[in-house]
Design a binder for this molecule. Structure first.
Ligand code: SAH
Length: 250
């Protein structure tokens, strides 16, 4: 059993940087899954691994195990549950999406996650990617600019027992300096350039996976910092929602 940090799982920083655990959005009833359907979903996650991930080159056994374990249906609205393990992104409200399972697995594998790693995610969205990372590394720090999404993701992650995932509402462009440096950084919204603060917050030997490019047409870039030098390689073409900025924090 992996030791997990004893954190208060979820906190929020409002616009003024005030910590508040009680923002208004409660988890709507329709986001909760009935117990009776859980067996079906477990089978579906396993089928997703065999049909969508393994044949496309996802071969890290730890990543495959995490993808087969995290209940994707818990991170989407109840009416979308039948589609939870389909090979596509799904809407999560506020014009945002939960990524296609293959993209989550591909990015996670590219991060080369180790059990002792501390990882930063920019773009919490539903919290699904953070949960997958929570299965694989020691600590996950995740930032979401749409505060109600941050709140909802934190509630779901908390309910599922991911005590090693810390969610913050805010603009992730500047990273999370209080917890830097990170062994790995994953960005799940697309900027038109790699934010310098994120490069600065990457540990020596650290990896970053980030979609970079124009709106809805980007390349997934994999960066590695070695000897203070950053090596960048383009992996695959991807379509992510754009990385937006908090106007007051530009
Ligand atoms: N990783 C998510 C999917 C991300 S969708 C999941 O597993 O569900 C991209 C998310 O990035 C959106 O929720 C969007 O609001 C968020 N985002 C965009 N710009 C951001 C920024 N500057 N800082 C933090 N989050 C941002």
């Amino acid at each position: 059993m992996r030791a997990r940090a004893l954190w208060l799982a979820v906190i929020f920083f409002g616009n003024a940087g005030v910590i508040s655990a009680q923002e208004p959005t409660a988890l709507p009833q329709q986001w909760l899954t009935s117990k009776s359907t859980e067996g079906t979903f477990a089978t579906s996650a396993g089928a997703m691994v065999e049909k969508q991930l393994r044949p496309r080159g996802i071969d890290d056994p730890r990543v495959l195990r995490a993808m087969g374990k995290v209940p994707r249906q818990k991170f989407i609205a109840k009416e979308l549950e039948p589609s939870a393990y389909e090979d596509r992104p799904l809407p999560i409200g506020f014009g945002q999406t939960i990524s296609q399972p293959f993209i989550v697995a591909f990015m996670t594998q590219a991060l080369k996650p180790k059990p002792t790693d501390r990882v930063l995610e920019i773009g919490t969205g539903s919290g699904y990617q953070a949960a997958v990372l929570g299965e694989l590394v020691a600590e996950v720090y995740t930032i979401e600019i749409v505060r109600p999404l941050a709140q909802r993701a934190a509630t779901v992650l908390n309910a599922l027992g991911y005590k090693n995932v810390l969610v913050k509402g805010g603009d992730g462009y500047k990273g999370w300096p209080e917890h830097a440096p990170f062994d790995a950084i994953i960005v799940t919204a697309a900027p038109d350039h790699v934010p310098q603060p994120l490069i600065d917050q990457l540990k020596e030997g650290g990896r970053m996976v980030i979609p970079v490019g124009k709106t809805y047409a980007q390349e997934l870039q994999v960066l590695e910092k070695r000897g203070g030098v950053v090596r960048q390689t383009a992996a695959i073409p991807v379509k992510f929602v754009p990385l937006t900025r908090d106007p007051e924090k530009k």
